[in-house]
Design a protein around this ligand. Structure first.
Ligand code: APR
Ligand code: PHB
Length: 389
């Protein structure tokens, strides 16, 4: 088999890129090791920046997003006593849209056949070859048969654990990582949200987040020690802790119900440079991870895909190899600024084991400053809605 672009991974990044390339008439094939149901079954966050919404609009795949997505003009920080509202619309003229990443992936997956986007699911042992040169190829096994796909470019959209990043030689690649000393325990329940906007709380007992998937499905999080086991957190204990940490105003509106998902995940910050090596480009979680505090994961993947699509269109349709050469620096510029914001909001809103009374006083003072400063709120707002691409 031969194509112009081989994409590894059919998560949000891989599918979004595949659709953008097909819309430009660029031949591509997506190789995914899992089944469609498995991909859709992964638990993901649900806040979309305008850059992500804009790409779905550009593709004409935003019908369900427009019908079911919840536009939010603001969100809240809580310090245990009050809500500090960040008025996104007033401060930036923009909104965010609450819409499950799983739903966005489903929209992209469902549209692939009608758009002529070839996605090979259950592709086993996908391996990348000769990516340093200009004639790379990918091999895999499926239904017992060996397959090979020759391409001009290979795009690694295979997430944090995929093989693409590892194709960059040790002496070339550089890693930056911060693993946080706590886990995020999430609970999803078919109950109405406690508030019409998100609430991020830094309480003396710890962090809490009140989010949602719809007006009938809520998503909450608390931070717990990394040693905690989910068996130690029956639903009622989670609901009790949420009520304490979110504060009395929100607690009065919490509707409890049986959890339909309750994972514990350890947040991390991670960046891999460069995001291009020869004919290999990296997009999304294959190149970077952010703590979920800033809801940046999918949205950073979307901006990578925006840059990668522009670079590939430049190469194939304008015969401009410089576009490809500029990809890594261009993508990393936005990645690092989003990493900074996500790390900063994580530092502000969580209790770290090494923190003493001084560090706690600094958090209280910063929240008090944010409550009283339009400039501070504007800085948070423009990062939360997403910096320009
Ligand atoms: N061969 C083929 N596919 C692979 C391989 C492999 N060896 N390894 C991983 N994959 C697939 C995974 O099964 C997954 O479907 O690559 C895909 C990577 O998808 P994500 O992990 O979702 O990463 P990405 O598309 O970059 O999305 C980034 O969306 O899913 C969220 O948490 C994620 O917020 C982040 C954002
Ligand atoms: C979610 O709804 O799952 C969610 C929302 C905002 C975040 C993280 C997760 O910052």
């Amino acid at each position: 088999m031969k194509t112009e672009v081989a994409i590894i991974g059919a998560g949000p990044a891989g599918l979004l890129l595949g659709h953008l390339l097909r819309a430009e008439g660029i031949a591509c094939v997506v190789l995914e090791r899992r089944t469609p149901d498995y991909v859709l079954g992964r638990i993901r966050a649900g806040v979309l920046e305008q850059v992500t919404v804009g790409l779905m609009e550009r593709l004409g795949l935003d019908a369900r997003l427009k019908a079911e997505g919840l536009p939010h003009d603001g969100f809240n920080l809580a310090d245990g006593e009050r809500l500090i509202r960040i008025d996104l619309a007033e401060l930036t003229g923009q909104q965010v849209v609450v819409y499950g990443q799983t739903e966005l992936t489903r929209d992209l997956m469902d549209a692939a056949p009608e758009r002529g986007l070839e996605v090979v699911y259950a592709a086993e042992d996908v391996a990348l070859h000769d990516v340093a040169g200009d004639a790379p190829y990918v091999t895999w096994r499926k239904d017992g048969a060996e397959h090979r796909l020759d391409a001009r470019f290979v795009i690694g959209c295979d997430g944090f654990h995929g093989p693409s990043r590892r194709m960059v030689p040790a002496g070339v690649g550089r890693e930056y990582e911060r693993v946080y000393p706590f886990g995020w325990l999430g609970i999803m329940a078919d109950v109405p949200p406690c508030n019409h906007e998100l609430i991020y709380a830094n309480h003396a007992r710890g962090f809490a987040l009140a989010s949602m998937r719809s007006q009938a499905r809520s998503r909450y999080y608390i931070d717990v020690p990394v040693t905690e086991r989910i068996e130690d957190w029956p639903d009622e204990r989670v609901w009790d802790e949420l009520a304490l940490r979110l504060g009395p105003e929100a607690a009065a509106h919490i509707t409890r119900g049986p959890s339909i998902e309750k994972p514990i995940a350890p947040p991390r910050s991670f960046v891999f440079e460069p995001m291009r090596h020869g004919s290999l480009l990296l997009c999304g979680d294959a190149a970077h991870i952010v703590p979920p505090t800033g809801a940046k994961g999918l949205n950073l993947a979307a901006s990578d895909v925006h840059y990668a699509a522009e670079a590939l269109v430049g190469f194939f349709k304008r015969n401009d190899p410089e576009a490809i050469a500029a990809y890594s620096a261009r993508a990393l510029s936005r990645v690092w600024k989003s990493e900074r914001f996500s790390w900063s909001l994580t530092r502000l809103m969580h209790r770290f084991p090494e923190d003493g009374p001084f560090e706690r006083a600094m958090q209280v003072a910063e929240l008090d400053y944010i409550a009283s400063s339009r400039a501070a709120q504007t800085a948070i707002a423009e990062n939360y809605v997403g910096l320009p691409v």
